[in-house]
Design a protein around this ligand. Structure first.
Ligand SMILES: NC(=O)c1ccc[n+]([C@@H]2O[C@H](COP(=O)([O-])OP(=O)(O)OC[C@H]3O[C@@H](n4cnc5c(N)ncnc54)[C@H](OP(=O)(O)O)[C@@H]3O)[C@@H](O)[C@H]2O)c1
Length: 314
């Protein structure tokens, strides 16, 4: 089968298309899935560069990619609840016991696989596993966001941010978002009540007394966010560990989120996609042959929403 692989850590030059990669053999508790589309996430280029080597030591050659949407072709022992021909989506990167989704076929653990949302196509579904579950885990499980609460979402036009704005509005919150200048109108269309241009405006001078911040950016943006929270508020960051000094100074709670994709959360996200509460915006679609270019575009091209690899025409 065809797969986008690396034989060593490095920049985009280490990504190779292997036309003769072995098809993964189905195993206990796993499904063999024909991949129709694979979502591209920042973690994929971070893995390629070796930033995650301690957490996920790869065996080379390693197939890149985690998010996928496709069709079950073989069911492993104990993988009850699934059958050949089922349309599924999920996460099948090395970290989740999968074989890597930037390939024609992928081995996926049933614990991180669920039925694909019915009324969206594979490209849209492949854009959702990590972003959708990240937004759900932060807003629902950690923050407990509810009607009338004020939340600031950093990186509102990114993969996670676009889902988070829509989910926060659905939960009845008042939503502010930081985005690049070109994405201000887009963030309003997603539902943001207040939109801040992160390069030309200082969100921490504009916003006050917020109950929550969802940070998908980190660094200075994370540190300055404490200032806008009211006492008892909460900040969840996708990149930073809690800063005890700032927590004490501002009297707020802080959580460093490690997104735990599981079939239950994937099913919740699928339900929201089916109800059109969450609409996926795919900025650019690449063929599998251009996995290298897709990763480069995500890393440097400032896409709006998601970048997706498309392996099949349906
Ligand atoms: N901890 C975990 O388990 C976990 C899970 C998933 C993702 N993550 C991490 O979470 C981060 C976000 O993921 P993603 O998929 O949403 O990435 P993404 O699609 O690349 O989106 C990032 C967004 O942040 C915006 N941005 C950059 N600098 C900003 C600033 N100073 N203020 C406001 N917005 C800014 C970018 O806008 P421009 O392009 O216009 O600059 C972009 O729209 C990544 O670093 C990813 O690795 C962590």
């Amino acid at each position: 089968m065809k797969a986008a692989q690396i034989k060593k850590y490095g920049g985009s030059e280490v990504v190779e298309i292997n036309n003769n990669a072995p098809e993964p053999a189905v195993s206990e508790g796993h499904l063999l899935v024909e991949v129709h589309a694979a979502g591209v996430n920042p973690v994929d280029w971070k893995i390629r560069e070796g930033y995650m080597a301690q957490m996920i030591p790869l065996k080379f050659p390693a197939t890149l990619g985690g998010d996928f949407s496709g069709v079950v072709v073989e069911v492993g022992g104990g993988a009850s609840g699934f059958k050949k021909g089922d349309e599924v989506y999920g996460q099948a990167g090395a970290l989740r016991g999968g074989s890597g989704s930037f390939a024609e076929f992928v081995l996926s653990d049933i614990k991180v696989t669920a039925r694909k949302p019915e009324n969206i196509n594979h490209v849209e579904a492949a854009a959702l596993p990590l972003t959708g579950v990240s937004a759900w885990q932060a807003l629902v499980d950690h923050i407990g966001l509810s009607r009338g609460k004020k939340i600031l979402i950093h990186g509102g036009a990114g993969g996670i941010g676009t889902v988070a704005i829509q989910l926060a509005k659905h939960l009845g919150a008042y939503v502010a978002a930081t985005v690049g200048a070109k994405d201000m109108q887009y963030a309003r269309e997603l539902g943001a009540d207040e939109v801040i241009d992160y390069k030309n405006q200082s969100f921490d001078d504009i916003l006050h007394n917020y109950e929550a911040v969802f940070d998908t950016v980190g660094g200075d943006t994370y540190e300055k966010s404490f200032k806008i929270l009211k006492k008892g508020g909460i900040i969840v960051s996708m990149l930073e560990q809690p800063n005890p000094l700032l927590m004490k100074q501002y009297g707020v709670n802080a959580i460093g989120q490690f997104t735990q994709v599981n079939s239950e959360r994937l099913s919740k996200v699928a339900e929201l996609a089916e109800k059109r509460v969450i609409k996926v915006h795919v900025d650019k679609i690449f063929p599998l042959d251009q996995a290298r270019e897709a990763l480069e575009f995500l890393q440097t091209g400032h896409p709006r929403g998601k970048v997706v690899l498309k392996m099949k025409n349906n």
